[in-house]
Design a protein around this ligand. Structure first.
Ligand SMILES: Cc1ncc(C[n+]2csc(CCOP(=O)(O)OP(=O)(O)O)c2C)c(N)n1
Length: 514
């Protein structure tokens, strides 16, 4: 057995079932090992940002890591924006990055770079295997690091000779620490402020937005009158009919400030203190109001459910919390396409258990609002603000959840970053319905131009935000990659196409011209 084979066996033994890959020469032994050893499904992405974004989608839905396979420093660099999003999502993820053979490095061949230096700012754990006999142990350590709560990015660099030289065999997964219980004082402090009668907010992130936590939070809110609010961008929110509803902190600074202006006690549950996405002249960076005290009930890596259970008990919260009712809207007839009409149609047709990926940007608010009362679903957002993740994220989520329908709410500009993910969806026959929100512009940047306020923008500045010269042919792009696609010109057409997309086997794209 060579080093690469020992690594694949180790990954598979540790529960890593999928590798999202874009390999090169230095990874040929790993690719051969995937074939020879078995146990790890290999999914090809035609750009590294597809592989890393898909690994993020997979990890968010499976709650265990996928691996990626990337080609030296440049391959890793191509994938880093979505590694960044994964890290901000606390997604468990193992990146395997091939490198030159150890003895070849001194020659400074063209693909040589400081891979550890490239990996480190975007990884929680980085290691280079020194030889073939350490590869299995390093691989097991990488998986353990990735699975350490709340979920981490581990990057293992694999020199080619560590892959092809003789190894001893696979290594077992070392013990992985569980979520640490929160200190009893954190619970009693939260109970004290929630009993005080002063305006309190449970600010929720990470696993606090999964159903068990939301139910507990809903019970606590029913007892104390505390409000529930989710962070602006979250890895995965379990929402819709039958679940405790939670609003999101708005993205625009003024709206965010207004949302929490009255809060006296901010109780963090798997979240961080809210801050503005960017600095703007004359606006604050920190969003908590001046009179507000912050209390940490549980950090993202701690036992959030356990903390909420203890808090609910201490407060004597009722056994049931009010949940969201199912809302249906009448089918559109004859109207022109509007965002609200499209979002209402999506909400009405959304199948139970759908996974909704939201890279809708300026269209997101409408979809979030209309899908609040849709059938229960999971909602995945762009956690790190690096666009170009929607199509890959949907791809990885569909690989993780073959029995669930994935709906990708995809803004056009962001879609172009990693459009190749459509090809992977077609190749793997993934049930992803993409709603391509075609406004032919970087619309949010026009808003930001006004917000940041450099004065009146001229034609050349605005031209940096227009995507209509030439217009992108989305139906052509999708079909060219093997994905069935239609353009919706009326709401009736859209309704029919979306229903067809949900029924189709394999991916389907609707070009929704806004
Ligand atoms: C990796 C990365 N590059 C650039 C940006 C800056 N950026 C933010 S939004 C945006 C344009 C988004 O346009 P589109 O996806 O069409 O959505 P719309 O604003 O039109 O709704 C850009 C370029 C970013 N957030 N991330």
């Amino acid at each position: 057995m060579n080093g690469a084979e020992s690594l694949v066996k180790t990954l598979s033994g540790a529960g890593v079932e999928v590798c999202f890959a874009n390999p090169g020469t230095s990874e040929m032994h790993f690719v051969a090992a995937l074939d020879r050893v078995g146990g790890v499904r290999c999914v090809l992405g035609l750009f590294e940002g597809v592989a890393t974004g898909a690994a993020d989608g997979y990890g968010r839905m499976a709650d265990r890591p996928a691996s990626t396979l990337l080609h030296l420093g440049p391959g890793l660099a191509n994938g880093l924006a979505n590694v960044h999003n994964a890290r901000r999502a606390n997604t468990p993820m193992v990146n395997i990055v091939g490198d030159h053979a150890t003895y070849h490095k001194q020659h400074d061949a063209p693909l040589t770079s400081d891979i550890e230096g490239v990996a480190r700012p975007f990884s929680d754990w980085v290691r280079t295997s020194v030889d073939s006999r350490s590869v299995a142990r390093d691989g097991a350590a990488a998986v353990a690091a990735a699975m350490t709560p709340p979920g981490r990015v581990a990057t293992l660099i694999l020199p080619a000779d560590a892959s092809w030289n003789e190894a001893e065999g696979p290594a077992p997964l070392p013990p992985v620490e569980g979520r640490a219980p929160v200190a009893p004082e954190a619970i009693s402090q939260a109970a004290r402020v929630l009993r005080s009668g002063e305006p309190a907010l449970l600010f929720m992130g990470d696993h606090a937005l999964r159903e068990p936590s939301l139910t507990l939070a809903g019970r606590i809110a029913a007892k104390t009158g505390a409000r529930l609010l989710a962070q602006t961008l979250n890895a995965r929110v379990e929402r819709g009919a039958g679940r405790v509803a939670v609003d999101f902190l708005p993205y625009p600074v003024d709206a965010a400030l207004a949302t929490i202006a009255d809060v006296r006690h901010l109780v963090l549950v798997g979240s961080k203190v809210p801050v503005a996405f960017f600095a703007y002249p004359d606006k604050p960076s920190a969003l908590s109001p001046p009179q507000c005290e912050t209390h940490t009930l549980a950090t993202s890596g701690e036992d959030i459910v356990g903390a909420l259970e203890a808090l609910a008990e201490e407060l004597g919260a009722p056994q049931n919390a009010p949940v969201q009712e199912l809302e249906k809207h009448s089918s559109p007839s004859g109207e022109a396409i509007t965002l609200d009409a499209a979002a209402a149609a999506v909400a009405t047709l959304l199948p139970e258990g759908a996974v909704v990926v939201d890279e809708a940007l300026t269209a997101a608010a409408a979809f979030m609002s209309w899908t609040r009362g849709a059938a229960s679903h999971d909602y995945l957002q762009v956690t790190g603000g690096a666009i170009g993740i929607g199509l890959p994220l949907a791809t990885g989520a569909a690989v993780a959840c073959p029995d669930r329908r994935v709906i990708c709410l995809q803004a056009d500009g962001s879609a172009m970053y990693t459009v190749q993910a459509l090809w992977t969806q077609a190749r793997e026959g993934l049930d992803v319905t993409t709603l391509l929100l075609n406004n032919r512009s970087y619309a949010i940047l026009k808003q930001e131009l006004a917000n940041v306020g450099p004065g009146d923008a001229g034609r050349r500045a605005l031209d940096m935000m227009e995507l209509d010269r030439p217009a992108l042919d989305w139906v052509g792009l999708a079909r060219g990659m093997g994905v069935e696609a239609e353009r919706a010109k009326t709401m009736e057409e859209f309704d029919r196409q979306f229903a067809a997309g949900l029924r189709s086997e394999g991916p389907y794209l609707i070009d929704l011209v806004l």
